[in-house]
Design a protein around this ligand. Structure first.
Ligand SMILES: Nc1ncnc2c1ncn2[C@@H]1O[C@H](COP(=O)(O)OP(=O)(O)OP(=O)(O)O)[C@@H](O)[C@H]1O
Length: 276
């Protein structure tokens, strides 16, 4: 599969005459009955963002592609522009220049976005007085998603046993799990996750790693930002490294760490970013 994706993944655009049952609606950013895996691509093209009053560009001419079937780790020192890039991809802030596309479309033009893109940006968002289950049921109802799927994502995120507890009593790690459960609710082919490992204990990190690997193995596109180098070395296939809004590297974990193995990622990262 990877050879096929590598050969065609970044060149195809929605609307291409693939074997999709309804390519016409696909070009319109509607979801075809079966989304061709080669089109689940996240594309950032010459993306630039200067915040009003900002002294420098938060994102500066950034270009990269995250492809299906892989976990793409999005790395960079504090303030590098990772969250800004993810917010641009989700249409939460406007680019100063360039494009941030999913399936060839800006997020705002995607039909049924919850079923197309699962996002975890921060661990807040759930009403503290609600239980995890009620929060997810409410989200599911507003997007026409079944209660059975709620139970499924609660299990996937390791929250089944605390599903009926109020979110107010949740630890940071439990809130992160709830955020991940919400991101998975629509069974989306594309996932954008901003530091999902924050606050997770060792068991939580392992389970997150296994979940992300599995999601990628199912052919989904997983873009995940993180400061946890050891985790990224074990989780990611591809690494996109930025600093001061600019691309420093876009390489496989193997290319990054060489023969030294996953333990060498932190060293390579610090060397590349000048230990910022
Ligand atoms: N709403 C905003 N208004 C003005 N400047 C902002 C805003 N959000 C972020 N910035 C600035 O943009 C730059 C990039 O920030 P961003 O949060 O995207 O980086 P990051 O790589 O996610 O950092 P971290 O790893 O610390 O979360 C920083 O200089 C930050 O101060």
């Amino acid at each position: 599969m990877s050879t096929y994706l590598e050969a065609y993944g970044h060149r195809l655009r929605p609307g291409y005459p693939l074997s999709s049952p309804s390519p016409a609606t696909f070009g319109d950013c509607a979801r075809p009955a079966r989304l061709p895996s080669v089109c689940r691509v996240i594309e950032v093209r010459d993306l630039t963002k200067t915040y009003p009053g900002g002294s420098r560009e938060a994102v500066a001419g950034l270009s990269f592609t995250a492809r299906p079937g892989r976990v793409t780790g999005f790395l960079g020192p504090n303030g590098a522009g990772k969250t800004t890039t993810l917010r641009l991809l989700l249409g939460l802030t406007r680019p100063t220049a360039g494009e941030a596309l999913i399936d060839g479309c800006p997020y705002a033009r995607l039909k049924e976005p919850l079923r197309r893109v699962g996002a975890l940006l921060e661990s807040g968002g759930a009403h503290p007085g609600r239980s995890a289950r009620d929060h997810l049921r409410w989200l599911a109802r507003t997007h026409g998603i079944s209660a059975a799927r709620v139970a499924q994502v609660l299990r996937l995120a390791g929250l089944a046993e605390v599903a009926d507890r109020r979110v107010a009593g949740f630890s940071l790690g439990m809130r992160q799990r709830l955020g991940l459960a919400a991101a998975l609710l629509g069974d989306p082919p594309v996932l954008l996750l901003d530091e999902p490992g924050n606050g997770l204990d060792a068991a939580g990190l392992r389970s997150l790693r296994e979940t992300l690997r599995k999601l990628a193995a199912e052919g989904r596109t997983v873009l995940v930002s993180s400061h946890l180098m050891a985790e990224m070395a074990l989780t990611a296939d591809q690494l996109v490294v930025i600093a001061r809004g600019r691309l420093l590297a876009d390489a496989s974990v193997r290319e990054f760490t060489g023969a030294k193995g996953p333990g060498a990622l932190e060293e390579a990262f610090l060397r590349l970013t000048g230990g910022e």
